[in-house]
Design a protein around this ligand. Structure first.
Ligand code: ADP
Length: 189
């Protein structure tokens, strides 16, 4: 099951069921944590399948630019190692703290940081997982709306990106249904 929309006349937005590590887009986004040293969920899967080169680059980025860790809302880019994707964009989403800890703004900032990196690297395609809705416990009905509206607004207002495809890769049927519903609402608003 694939759901598609055309944004800004030239960018396909696709919702699909799958595994982020299997995607053939130029870059895939990692739902990382501040340490950039790997973890569970998407993070563990990307490092396992992509191999040690990804972690080596993450360590260098930590030493050089983020000795205290990458704060929520930010993203950095590394090689894709052995993945099909040439690059991994490591993004740190907010941990859900009940909704009064600036989570929505931080989640939007996380997606925007990825889109800015994609733009500066002239990336033609990008796959996102559902950032923050696993270990970080962000309610997926809320997160999906922030994610999709942020991407839609960026694609429609920014003229300098090279993105022909933005893919959301959902790990379960029920997550995909939630994103489909959110996409209907975002496209209608
Ligand atoms: P976070 O810490 O940002 O919440 P997680 O990796 O724990 O990140 O979870 C984010 C979402 O990604 C969850 O909905 C989880 O089910 C999903 N997920 C886990 N593994 C994969 C994978 N290999 N591909 C795509 N999505 C995945």
């Amino acid at each position: 099951m694939v759901v598609e929309a055309l944004l800004g006349n030239k960018t396909r937005l696709i919702l699909t069921l799958g595994d982020i590590t299997e995607q053939d887009t130029v870059a895939v986004v990692n739902a990382a944590n501040s340490t950039l040293m790997g973890g569970g969920g998407v993070d563990g899967a990307i490092h396992r399948k992509g191999g040690p080169q990804i972690l080596e680059e993450c360590k260098k980025i930590r030493e050089k630019d983020w000795p205290d860790g990458l704060p929520a809302g930010n993203a950095v880019i590394t090689t894709g190692g052995r993945l099909k994707a040439k690059f991994v964009i490591h993004a740190v989403g907010p941990r859900w703290g009940g909704g009064k800890k600036d989570e929505a703004r931080l989640l939007r900032k996380t997606y925007l940081s990825c889109l800015e990196i994609a733009t500066s690297h002239r990336l033609g395609s990008l796959s996102f997982p559902s950032i923050s809705t696993g270990a970080f416990s962000y309610p997926i009905a809320l997160a999906s709306r922030e994610a999709l509206s942020t991407v839609k607004e960026f694609i429609e207002t920014r003229k300098d990106h090279a993105l022909k495809e933005v893919r959301f890769v959902l790990f379960t049927e029920s997550d995909l249904r939630v994103y489909e519903h959110a996409l209907e609402q975002v496209l209608a608003s």
